[in-house]
Design a protein around this ligand. Structure first.
Ligand code: FAD
Length: 412
């Protein structure tokens, strides 16, 4: 009999783990209370970010703190009451931004993003959804003159990692995206990035591929997890599932299940919102654009033009706080001819550890318990690589990159 594994969570990370384990001959059951790809992996900006190397908590964060902490920048909202009641996580997050950490952090991010487009391209081919992949790059835009220097600094970093980029002036931006209003003097085009027109549909198609290859998908609420002898027992709404190995890939909910085992992975969330709008007068974009000063991504999606907001550091389950998405919607209207809002505003939560890197590997002291979460702002891009690293570790193979920076032991 083949080794059996339960993968908890069918977001992009859980589905990728399930596929990678199945490919190695394991009998995998994938559990989720919803259909695959309906939570964070649905609502993101759909960017496959090869060049996303620098996390939010980089040394530059300290200079932005006065604006951020005063809740005066749309990029970030801080719930002060919550932060003061329990300052530990926030202080760790700020401490991790110190300059001595920066180059190792960027190298670790590079390990996850270098093959992101290649891996998604291969999976999309296998799943028969290559039409969803747009290999047209991304365009970052600055409204102020200071953007030119920032663009040059980013370009230098990208060059060091072998990523080609092009700095554009107003005319260059118009040539690439004629429908953008001419309010941006500087842009940075990165051809190596890609995007999709529906990250939720892509995740669902990967799950369908897993099922077509003989994988089992169970839709049920996961309640509790405990070890009995050589087996892990997962209590769900409708029964109990057993296996020698279990993978926790519950995204922003991962810590809930681990707490009763005495494990605190220091996981918090960075909430974010999206809203779809219809384009006006035949306006179109050929790629996602990021407006640095406006603090939003705008991505052409199946449903319309998706505007995603920055970070809302409120409790995961606190009520919506729409001020940020309202503000960035207004900024997006300045940049591009947008008409009516389509459908409801969506809220999700980026699962984040203080060092902005995911946890991939064995839970210390718990035989057969494996962790794959904390993919923060980049989980849609880094999900497939996360799955590969985890499956390699579980099967005693050498992972495709050094897994040390992602080892759960750094916080557990
Ligand atoms: C606004 C926004 C924009 C983003 N933009 C991008 C982007 O452009 N590119 C990029 O790469 N990343 C982006 N991200 C980040 C990315 O979306 C996440 O990192 C990624 O989706 C996390 O995937 P996951 O599988 O870990 O979590 P999820 O997709 O949330 O999956 C977790 C799953 O666990 C299930 N679950 C939870 N608890 C239980 C339970 N008790 N029982 C059963 N099932 C349960 C949920 O139903 C869910 O399906 C963005 C995120 C946000 C919020």
């Amino acid at each position: 009999m083949s080794r059996s594994v339960l993968v908890l969570g069918a977001g992009i990370v859980g589905v990728s783990c399930a596929l990678a384990l199945q490919q190695r001959g394991l009998a995998v059951t994938l559990l989720d209370r919803r259909e695959p790809g309906r939570e964070t992996s649905y609502g993101n900006a759909g960017v496959i970010g090869r060049s996303s190397l620098v996390p939010l908590n980089n040394p530059g964060l300290y200079a932005k703190l006065p604006a951020y902490l005063g809740n005066r920048h749309p990029a970030l909202h801080l719930d002060w009451r919550r932060a003061l009641a329990s300052p530990g996580w926030m202080l760790r997050f700020l401490w991790e931004a110190r300059p001595s950490q920066a180059s190792a952090r960027i190298a670790a991010m590079n390990g996850l993003t270098a093959s992101a487009v290649v891996r998604h391209r291969a999976l999309m081919q296998q799943a028969g959804i290559s039409h969803r992949l747009r290999e047209t790059g991304t365009l970052k835009l600055w409204r102020s003159a200071a953007g030119a220097e920032a663009a040059r600094a980013e370009q230098a970093l990208f060059t060091a990692y072998g990523i080609a980029s092009e700095i554009l002036d107003r005319q260059g931006i118009s040539a690439l995206e004629p429908s953008l209003n001419p309010i941006f003097p500087t842009g940075l085009f990165v051809a190596a990035n890609a995007s999709v027109d529906s990250p939720g549909a892509v995740t669902a198609a990967y799950a369908a591929l897993f099922a077509a290859r003989g994988g089992r998908i169970v839709q049920d609420e996961v309640g509790a997890l405990r070890r009995e002898g050589a087996l892990w027992r997962v209590q769900t709404g409708q029964g109990v599932h057993e296996a020698g190995d279990v993978v926790v890939a519950l995204g922003p909910w991962s810590a809930d299940l681990l707490a009763p085992l005495g494990l605190d992975p220091k996981l918090d969330v960075e909430r974010g919102y999206h809203r779809h709008l219809a384009p006006q007068d035949g306006a179109r974009l050929s790629r996602p654009v990021y407006d640095v000063d406006g603090a939003y991504f705008m991505t052409p999606m199946e449903e319309g033009y998706r505007i995603t907001s920055g970070v809302d550091l409120s409790a995961r389950d606190a009520p919506d706080r729409l001020r940020q998405i309202d503000s960035v919607t207004q900024s997006a209207r300045e940049a591009f001819p947008l008409g009516a809002v389509i459908g409801p505003t969506w809220r999700g939560a980026r699962p984040t550890l203080p060092d902005s890197l995911p946890m991939i590997g064995a839970a210390p002291g718990h035989d057969g318990l494996w962790l794959a979460f904390g993919n923060q702002h980049l989980g849609f891009s880094t999900g497939p690589m996360t799955g590969e690293i985890l499956a390699a570790l579980m099967c005693g193979e050498a992972p495709p990159v050094d897994p040390t920076p992602y080892a759960p032991g750094r916080y557990l």
